[in-house]
Write a protein that binds this ligand. Structure first.
Ligand code: M6R
Length: 609
């Protein structure tokens, strides 16, 4: 949530900052701004609205200077107005700051600073930071930032510049991501890698409680607490800049849906052992004995990742015969969860920085569970704090609605299941069958994607409706939840996901011809039961769109529209059945002229509780 970019070097800062902001816009798009130092002058420009508004505002004006910071906001404290936009400046207008995170003791700090004569111009929590830095500033910016942060409780990733300490950006991190890009005589500070990838692949990830000073001649990292120098490892980003571009697709979401044949293949690649019918996962940091003696698994996550977790539950119980509980991270952390010996906590997060998920993982570890992270963003908080983990390697997911991360999460869960299952009840033959099914998935996904026009045609028929019900059973129940979530978040249509049989205990009252029912009715052990549920819908004149298995002609007697997907193992069906639902939500949102990549009120990474 909120995107930060900073630049210091030999080039004009403004175009670099604006371009970086565009690449970070998925992190928030309520308001935007930038501050550039040029000699003794600090120019600060900010607007309510998206980056495009900021560009309009700047258009035609010269913003000279080779050192600056910029921000795109997702509002927490104070509405998305120009005053609340970042950067925030101190009373003299000579220090500017951008912030991502939440300052928990801001009310106390603001009160104290106001009594000391500081004048605030926004309702944000962030503004206290710049006044606090002003209070300690005596010509050395890093020293002022370091002293100011001693008073702060909360999370922050910040970038600060001051005209009286020119050519310098100070960054600091506690709980909100910051990455430093190392160029040739130039340095970058950003919330996320895509913002700087056009300029450099050499990066340093700041850790919590670290501060960095950037000038065009070099960088210094130190601890915030006592200014002790810290040596950081420079890492090379391997994916190329195209993976963070739309590459001709109308939206990132569509591009990411279409990437799934490759991303699923990447998630599997090199991780199966054909002869033994098992999986090989490098980063688990668990011995075979620890894996074998796992008595119980707790999966915790939010949103789409939570839905992947529900499928993981189904797989682990079915194939590995391990009892599993899946909990919303936001609930788990505030309960008093029972963690017994032998509990493994699997934490799923695309971004690796979701505040609730991170807190749930910390709680589980505090109580003695070992935590395995399933993350996409390399070097993210959850990935680093977990005892071990598996990267899904899906590449940057920019669309706010998660798509390719979901299918890769499910695949990684199936690999963990395969590994644990083979240590328990699963035979070599079953393991090999699973591997064959996994390897077939990318080709099957491609087949589905080639029929996207059919989903588009169906979307046209249904796009006017304002309420939808999604039904599924077994491992397709979480797919119903995920299909409904996709529709809700990008087209603002009310949609509910339900276990198909549960419908008759209440939601059936909603069924009319105006409430389409989307059902995942693949040929599996629940098929006949689902047909019964569909008859109940039909008897009430409900309109049905079914996702069915190729070759199933019976389904046409029940459903008005049918979309076929290839057959696979029951537990892997979600990897295929979710794709037409992603496309359906996408096309309906486009037809309703919604902003697909930046749906209202949402941000990609939810770093607040
Ligand atoms: O980065 P995470 O996987 O932890 O994010 C969890 C949710 O915030 C995320 O899945 C959210 O629900 C998406 N907007 C769903 O499309």
């Amino acid at each position: 949530m909120c995107g930060i970019i900073g630049y210091v070097g030999g080039s004009s800062a403004e175009p670099i900052l604006v371009e970086g902001l565009r690449r970070l816009e998925y992190r928030g798009y309520d308001s935007a701004g930038l501050a550039i130092c040029n000699g003794g002058v600090l120019t600060c420009t900010k607007v309510a609205g998206k980056i495009a508004r900021l560009e309009e505002e700047i258009d035609g004006r010269e913003l000279p200077g080779q050192c600056g910071i910029a921000h795109t906001r997702w509002a927490t404290h104070g509405p998305p107005t120009q005053d609340n936009a970042h950067p925030h400046t101190d009373c003299s207008g000579k220090i500017a700051l951008v912030h991502n995170g939440i300052i928990e003791n801001y009310a106390y700090l603001k009160d104290t600073l106001e009594k000391e004569g500081h004048v605030f111009t926004s309702e944000t929590d962030s503004e206290v930071l710049v006044h606090l830095i002003e209070k300690y500033f005596k010509g050395n910016l890093e020293s002022a930032v370091q002293q100011a942060l001693q008073w702060v409780t909360g999370t922050y990733g910040i970038g600060v510049v001051a005209v009286d300490d020119p050519g310098k950006i100070v960054g600091a991190r506690n709980g909100s991501p910051l990455v430093v890009g190392i160029g040739n005589g130039e340095y970058f500070l950003a919330s996320d890698v895509p913002a700087i990838l056009r300029h450099t692949r050499q990066v340093i990830y700041l850790d919590d409680q670290e501060l960095v000073v950037l000038t065009k001649d070099g960088l210094r990292t130190s601890t915030i607490a006592d200014n002790e120098a810290v040596t950081k490892i420079v890492q090379e980003i391997s994916w190329d800049v195209d993976r963070a571009e739309k590459e001709g697709y109308a939206h990132f979401m569509l591009k990411e849906i279409y990437e799934q044949a490759r991303t699923v293949s990447d998630a599997i690649s090199g991780r199966t052992v054909q002869d033994d019918g098992t999986a090989r996962l490098g980063g688990l940091n668990l011995t075979d004995e620890q894996l074998r003696s796992t008595k119980r698994v707790i999966i915790t996550a939010c949103g789409t990742s939570f839905h992947a977790g529900l499928i993981g539950e189904y797989m682990l119980e079915e194939w590995a015969r391990i009892p599993v509980e899946v909990e919303y991270a936001s609930e788990f952390r505030y309960r008093n969860p029972v963690i017994e010996d032998g509990t493994l906590c699997i934490v799923i997060s695309q971004s690796g920085e979701t505040a609730d998920t991170l807190a749930a993982m910390r709680e589980a570890r505090r109580r003695g569970a070992r935590a395995l992270g399933i993350c996409n963003v390399v070097g993210s908080m959850i990935a680093r704090e977990a005892d071990g983990g598996v990267y899904i390697h899906a590449g940057p997911e920019i669309g706010v609605a998660s798509t390719k991360a979901f299918t890769s999460q499910v695949v990684v869960l199936s690999l963990i299941t395969l590994l644990m299952g083979r240590m328990r009840h699963m035979s070599v033959a079953d393991g090999q069958r699973t591997i064959a099914a996994l390897r077939a998935l990318p080709g099957q996904i491609q087949t589905i994607l080639e029929q996207a026009d059919e989903i588009k045609r169906i979307a046209k028929i249904y796009c006017e409706h304002d309420n939808f019900l999604y039904l599924g059973r077994g491992c397709n129940y979480p797919v119903a939840l995920e299909g409904a979530l996709k529709l809700k978040e990008i087209s603002y249509i009310h949609a509910e996901g339900y276990p198909a049989a549960e419908m008759k205990h209440g939601p059936i009252a909603l069924i009319t011809k105006h409430m389409p029912v989307v059902v995942i009715a693949t040929k599996d052990s629940a098929y006949e039961k689902v047909m019964g549920n569909l008859s109940e819908v039909k008897a009430r004149r409900g309109r049905i769109l079914a996702i069915a298995t190729e070759g199933d002609s019976e389904i046409k007697n029940h459903a008005e529209h049918v979309f076929y997907i290839p057959p696979t193992l029951q537990a892997l069906t979600p990897v295929l059945s979710v794709i037409p639902l992603q496309l359906l939500a996408y096309y309906i949102a486009v037809m309703r002229e919604c902003n697909v990549d930046q749906p209202r009120n949402l941000a990609k990474s939810v770093t607040v509780e």
